[in-house]
Design a protein around this ligand. Structure first.
Ligand SMILES: C[S@@+](CC[C@H](N)C(=O)[O-])C[C@H]1O[C@@H](n2cnc3c(N)ncnc32)[C@H](O)[C@@H]1O
Length: 214
């Protein structure tokens, strides 16, 4: 999707993707990824997700990347945090205790600005992107993060019934693009309650993407 698409969504508050509470696949299974206590967790395309607050409350250091400055401002305001804001190359860095969000285009993010991470949490990031941008992201993310283990959430539904985002991403797609980098495991697949966007039956899966065994 083009940048304008997302900026418009945030300006018009059309953010149906934003969950009102931490994602329950994450709260149920994130611990099984085995991230060290106090580890640094990267949240690409983070929006103003409550998942970041939950991860922070578990003692992780959270670092998000988000295109919309509005979303970033809303995250800090809604969690009662006053961030220090500095310019870091092409990014604005919003920092508060335990949580940093880099405002800008993820594809411009280099590992010096991001810094080392212990894990990646991807909910509604991979699936937010259309092909071929999704392919680009799936090749870029492992490189950017040093193949840090990932917790990934995907959706599968009949793409002819409704348009993305989120896009339907088949398990075969995930395997084809991530198997070169990670050992893959699905820890849970469940029906999306009420269907996707309230109209289309859909399943969502939580994946653990772990470092390849040598
Ligand atoms: C579907 S939303 C998901 C947000 C969040 N992960 C969640 O679960 O609520 C996708 C987010 O990615 C952001 N985004 C889209 N393209 C981006 C890019 N190139 N770089 C950084 N963020 C981007 C959008 O502004 C939007 O907030």
């Amino acid at each position: 999707m083009e940048h304008d698409f997302w900026h418009r969504r945030w300006q018009k508050n059309q953010i149906g993707f934003h969950e009102g509470a931490p994602n329950t696949l994450m709260t149920a299974h994130f611990a099984t990824l085995g991230v060290p206590a106090g580890g640094r967790v990267f949240v690409p395309l983070c929006g103003k997700s409550h998942d970041m607050a939950w991860l922070r409350a578990q003692g992780y250091q959270v670092v998000g990347a988000e295109l919309s400055r509005l979303a970033v401002e809303q995250f800090f305001a809604e969690h009662g945090l006053t961030p220090k804001v500095t310019q870091d190359g092409l990014f604005e860095r919003f920092e508060a205790e335990g949580v940093t969000i880099l405002a800008g285009d993820i594809f411009e993010l280099g590992d010096t600005t991001l810094g080392p991470v212990d894990a990646v949490y991807d909910r509604a990031a991979l699936v937010a992107l259309p092909d071929p941008m999704r392919k680009r992201y799936a090749a870029y993310l492992p490189e950017l993060t040093g193949r840090a283990p990932q917790f990934l959430v995907t959706f599968i539904y009949d793409q002819s019934v409704i348009d993305g985002p989120p896009f339907s991403v088949e398990n075969k797609w995930v395997e084809a693009h991530y198997e070169p980098f990670y050992d893959l495991e699905i820890v849970e697949t469940r029906d999306v309650e009420g269907g996707l966007k309230g109209v289309c039956p859909a399943k969502e899966s939580a994946w653990l993407l772990k470092r390849l065994r040598e």
